[in-house]
Write a protein that binds this ligand. Structure first.
Ligand SMILES: [Zn+2]
Length: 368
């Protein structure tokens, strides 16, 4: 049973399992000025995550054997925590994906506009992917509003389990509740920025920096997410770094960094009584482990100083992008130490492990 407390000198230390983030944009290949496998996995460890699942909208996107190997070989030499890589569903890769499936985190279907070229508009293609992707492997959809309703229907018709990424609206969470009540096999995740920011924060964050997909929503939407916490299976960061220059430029790309802020924000919500520590562990460890079939990491845990109050400042973060929409926010609870497979990998602000220590959790099926 997780959640072990012990007093270390005068402070309360909480021991959590190594957390799992099922939604991370590592940006390598193709965007290493924003982030790469070294910096993303360092940020993950600093944030208490020992496993991350990497999204495929890189440049080039990960859609076939060649691009998968490109991403996995970068990860193999640079990752500091464990990982797996998603494949992107495209119009031309139906057949080749089936064989690659077991080497991957799962299939990602982009059904609404986001960063990168992977959007699938034609619903008949969704059906084809549902039919051909191996049944035991996860499918994750980026689908907003009515697109979400459409993909739930198509998944139900095909009797497929589907995981819905970054749910942000009241109408979406209520639809997922209704679908679950009908016995449709859906799971979902919510990103901390939709739990802790609304469009009222855009003015203080800045227009360009606030660009994110799904967009920051209303306070009624935010409230609905908190009210329907029981419907939310996972908290996933959707860590999506872009540089300050890009965010403040003419065409600001959507996305926030999130690996180093998710846990302190959620621990602060625990302190405020908005959720319990068990709620947090369920959504950052147990459920993602179950949904994405993530193997147990032996001798792995995260130590949290439950008493530390501190202020979020991007300048000390490991993410390469150098900023956070939560700059200056006061939070409660800090990651002090992370042990991964028996090795101390993070301690008091220092990453202690070399690039390449991280393992591909689908390694047995991998070509690497
Ligand atoms: Zn994303």
């Amino acid at each position: 049973m997780w959640l072990i407390f012990f007093a270390c000198w005068w402070r309360m230390i909480i021991k959590l399992p190594g957390l799992i983030d099922p939604h991370v944009h590592v940006r390598e290949p193709g965007g290493t000025h924003k982030e790469d496998w070294k910096t993303a996995t360092s940020a993950a460890l600093a944030g208490g995550f020992t496993t991350i699942l990497a999204m495929p909208n890189t440049q080039p996107p990960v859609t076939d054997d060649e691009t998968l190997n490109m991403a996995l070989s970068a990860a193999h030499s640079k990752a500091r925590c464990d990982y797996a890589q998603f494949l992107g569903a495209g119009p031309d890769n139906l057949e080749s994906l089936t064989d690659l499936g077991p080497q991957t985190a799962g299939l990602k279907m982009y059904l609404d506009q986001t960063y990168g070229p992977l959007r699938l508009d034609d619903m008949s293609l969704w059906m084809e992917h549902f039919k051909s992707w191996p049944r035991e492997l996860p499918i994750v959809a980026h689908a907003e509003g009515r697109t979400l309703a459409a993909v739930i229907l198509l998944a139900a018709i095909n009797d497929r389990t589907i995981h819905l990424a970054h749910v942000s609206l009241r109408e979406e969470i209520l639809l997922i509740r209704a679908a679950k009540e009908k016995g449709i096999k859906v799971t979902c995740e919510v990103a901390p920025h939709h739990l802790f920011l609304t469009k009222a924060d855009i003015a203080s964050i800045g227009i360009g920096l606030s660009e994110v997909r799904p967009r920051l929503a209303s306070s009624a939407d935010q409230e609905a997410l908190w009210k329907n916490l029981d419907v939310i299976d996972c908290f996933a960061t959707d860590h999506a770094p872009h540089t300050l220059e890009e965010k403040n430029g003419e065409n600001p790309p959507p996305g926030f960094p999130g690996l180093e802020t998710a846990l302190p924000l959620l621990l602060t919500a625990v302190k405020e009584g908005r959720l319990t520590m068990q709620d947090l562990i369920l959504r950052m460890y147990s459920k993602p482990q179950q949904i994405f079939n993530i193997p147990e990491q032996p001798e792995t845990w995260v130590e949290i100083d439950a008493d530390e109050d501190w202020e979020i400042q991007a300048e000390v973060f490991f993410t390469r992008c150098g900023w956070t929409p939560f700059e200056g926010r006061k939070v409660h609870g800090r990651v002090r130490r992370v042990v991964l497979r028996g090795r101390e990998v993070f301690r008091d602000g220092q990453v202690m492990v070399h690039p390449g220590f991280g393992q591909n959790i689908r390694q047995s099926a991998s070509t690497l």
